[in-house]
Design a protein around this ligand. Structure first.
Ligand code: DMJ
Length: 462
């Protein structure tokens, strides 16, 4: 089977390059850098097939649980009891790909089995972006009122996190008792809530969700330094920063994303102002030019002094955000830097030092951000070099991460040793962004939706 699969991959790439050559005639250079529509459709089909196979593996070995462990073929539940993380994260992707049978079974499982009345202490950020986000987009795509009902039940159970003296949310809450805990947070956790809570307000007609999440976002912004940067950790009870390291990577990333997207989705002009002033500081103090390449590094939030030349797989969402902010030049240059990071080992590591190009964190947990950026850049420029880039990434992704059952994270991108983990965001984001990059534009109207940070597409309908 494996040999057959390899042969079909080789045949696929031979056919793909032959048709690319034919389409572009003698123009070898153009052919090398771009992908024809026909090749792109074939890539979309390949992504769809891989998604279906990974879903079948989940179905076979982890049905009803949060996630599949692809190497041991066992199941994993984050909190000892299942919150159906993979089905909720996957549902809108299955729908977008037209995997009707799979989507229907996921929808029924969620509607009949998902139960938030559980005595567990959950992380507000992850549950909001994956579950609240997934339920809302799936509701908008199916009109299944049971999904909205679940979203509202969850939203109510999460609300106690906002009851801190500053309005900055606690990191955790017990879903049954409502006890909120966890005082040390970060901008991503305090500022990545307004799309999901705001949509819940729109859909239920109850303003409280939007108001609480907006207060948390503004409270984060108000604590920016004199030079307009935020730090890495903040105490939600005192509002004091406990780490002044500033960057655009994990722990801060989606705070900036939501400043922009809250304006895009809700037309909120406060968010527009906060976004415009924040991105100026980010570009001024975190943007970096090295060897003619553009990167973002780390700096002290108070002095602006460079503290590390670190960039990684999570930072690679930034070209997409720059596209939304209208800065195509930086977006394109940064994506080239990200591709250079990817090509160091034929798949991207968690982090590198971009001065020395040495790896500082070697894992690859199947992250989507660089594909997300390729998709946004393709939509913004129409330049099929981004599809070509996506084709290269997808082939590497298949080559190194495909397991006998599903896809497996890598412990180390140098040795390509696989790890027994397949995060639910592989379905929500990684497969989805690959598919949307290659599929016809009519699959989803990019201009009419706003993706939450877990790639769940939202629309404001009223
Ligand atoms: C996702 O859960 C979200 O995109 C989050 O904002 C950070 N990144 C992971 C996937 O890499």
């Amino acid at each position: 089977m494996k040999a057959l699969y390899r042969i079909s991959c080789i045949l696929f790439s031979l056919v793909a390059s032959a048709s690319s050559f034919a389409a572009h005639g003698a123009n070898h250079e153009a052919a090398k850098d771009s992908l024809s529509e026909a090749e792109s459709r074939r890539m979309a089909q390949l992504v769809k097939r891989e998604t279906q196979q990974a879903w079948n593996a989940y179905r076979k070995f982890a049905w009803g649980h949060d996630a599949l462990k692809p190497l041991s073929k066992t199941a994993h539940d984050w909190y000892g009891t299942s919150l159906l993380m993979t089905p909720v994260d996957a549902l809108d992707t299955l729908l977008l790909m037209g995997l009707k049978k799979e989507a229907k079974e996921a929808q029924e499982l969620i509607a009949t089995r998902l139960n938030f009345d559980q005595d567990i202490r959950i992380q507000n950020f992850e549950i909001t972006i994956r579950l609240l986000g997934g339920l809302i987009s799936a509701y908008q795509m199916t009109d299944d009122a049971r999904l909205l009902h679940l979203a509202e039940d969850l939203g109510q159970r999460l609300l106690p996190v906002f009851e801190s003296p500053t309005g900055l949310p606690y990191t955790h809450v017990n879903l049954k008792t409502g006890k909120a805990t966890g005082t040390l947070s970060n901008p991503a956790e305090t500022g990545t809530l307004i799309l999901e809570f705001g949509m819940l307000s729109k859909l239920t007609g109850k303003p409280i969700y939007f108001e609480k999440a907006k207060r948390a976002l503004v409270a984060t912004y108000e604590r920016r330094s004199a030079i307009g940067l935020v730090g890495a950790t903040i105490n939600v009870e005192t509002g004091a920063w406990t780490q002044s390291d500033s960057h655009i990577g994990g722990g801060i990333d989606s705070y900036y994303e939501y400043l922009n997207k809250c304006w895009r989705l809700f037309g909120d002009t406060d968010c527009k102002t906060m976004w415009e002033s924040s991105i100026k500081s980010v570009n001024q103090y975190l943007g970096d030019e090295v060897r003619g390449e553009f990167w973002y590094g780390h700096a002290d939030m108070n002095t602006g002094k460079r503290t590390a030349n670190q960039y990684g797989a999570l930072d690679a969402f930034m070209p997409a955000l720059l596209v939304l902010g209208g800065d195509l030049e930086r977006a394109q240059r940064l994506q080239e830097s990200g591709a250079k990071m990817w090509r160091l080992n034929g798949i991207e590591p968690e982090a590198i030092d971009y001065q020395t190009m040495q790896i500082s964190a070697a894992a690859y947990p199947l992250r989507p951000e660089i594909i997300e950026s390729a998709y946004y850049l393709f939509r913004a420029t129409g330049d099929s070099r981004y599809r070509k880039m996506g084709q290269e990434f997808f082939r590497d992704f298949m080559r190194h991460c495909k397991a006998k059952q599903g896809y497996a994270a890598l412990k180390d991108v140098r040795s390509k040793t696989q790890e027994d983990a397949m995060e639910s965001f592989v379905f929500a984001e990684t497969f989805k962004y690959y598919y949307l990059l290659f599929a016809p534009q009519s699959t989803l109207d990019f201009d009419k939706v706003t993706f939450n940070t877990e790639a769940h597409p939202f629309r404001v309908t009223h």
